[in-house]
Ligand binder design. Sequence first.
Ligand code: NAD
Ligand code: DAU
Length: 335
Amino acid sequence: MRLLVTGGAGFIGANFVLATVRDRPDVRVTVLDSLTYAGSRESLAGVDTQIRLVQGDITDADLVGRLVGESDAVVHFAAETHVDNALADPEPFVRSNIVGTFTILEAVRHATASRPVRLHHVSTDEVYGDLELGDPAKFTESTPYNPSSPYSSTKAASDMLVRAWVRSYRLTATLSNCSNNYGPFQHVEKFIPRQITNILTGRRPKLYGTGANVRDWIHVEDHNSAVWKILTHGAVGRTYLIGADGECDNLTVMRTILRLMDRSPDDFDHVTDRAGHDLRYAIDATPLRDELGWRPAHRDFEAGLRDTIDWYRHNRSWWGPIKDAVEAAYQSRGQ
Ligand code: NAD
Ligand code: DAU
């Protein structure tokens, strides 16, 4: 299989590429990534002789058309992904997430005229908006879209484009909406790596608001095993929700990190809350489990956090050079 991976130098995409090269010698991987602030060549250093990395933008129709034309399948991870950045400047989110996905879809549509090209579009549970705290309800495939932020609204728009192209042009595409990922190679702007690297650099961790907000954590390797399962066995046109029953409030995650790093439970700062902060996400992944037989391998969140802390401890050269600038940007926003 000739596989094009967009956003393969980002957090989830790089983990996907590393696992693919390790486990699937029959797959030839091309990564298309513009290497924004969130993309890193270093994340792919271990496989750089086994893949092709093309630095380019998913809104570049000629380039995307050429690469899709050479591929049997496309897994589309590339996006602007950080909610706080979207609140500060939504324009790149509209461009990369909406226009970028449109460009991929058009390339797949044109390539499909001569031979089938399978597409998997990677999306987020944030398209469904949020749930109440303490409510037993979870997101399912039929939950109405109700995005709250500039980030989630652009992801929702991209999902709608994919669905319309499946219906109108019979694209062989699937979609997935996953909950919050954690694991190695995640940018230090995100919650878990930010707190770990704050502690490792002598800063105090930062909690938005009271920390009552709940996220449904899944290890990045489990997200990616689900993506492979859907790419190879998913029903065309279907949307699969990916989650591993990992609901936890932010204060508890914070205190677990502090304990695992031998700090006292109150050794953190409360900072300005995020505007429009979604309260709770929770995924019902029953169809993925029952119909496709997928199971998460990482069932112990605390063990996964311990491994993630170890990874950041031992890979300072990967995140150290960007840490000060990320914290300076947060500080300027009171976070
Ligand atoms: P990330 O921000 O770590 O990486 C995004 C990658 O996309 C980067 O390498 C960046 O350089 C690249 N990129 C951005 N705009 C581009 C453009 N215009 N052209 C080419 N490349 C571009 O993101 P991530 O956390 O790895 O997320 C990957 C995908 O998974 C996204 O679509 C995101 O919406 C989705 N997702 C993420 C999570 C999560 O918890 N991180 C959960 C569910 C879904
Ligand atoms: O649910 C999937 C989504 O998860 C993905 O689509 C997004 O791309 C990804 O960034 C993530 O979005 P969140 O906004 O949930 O993740 P983030 O790591 O930014 O924040 C997680 C929670 O922690 C959220 O409730 C805000 C809070 N937070 C975040 C930071 C950076 C803090 O309390 N302190 C912080 O310093």
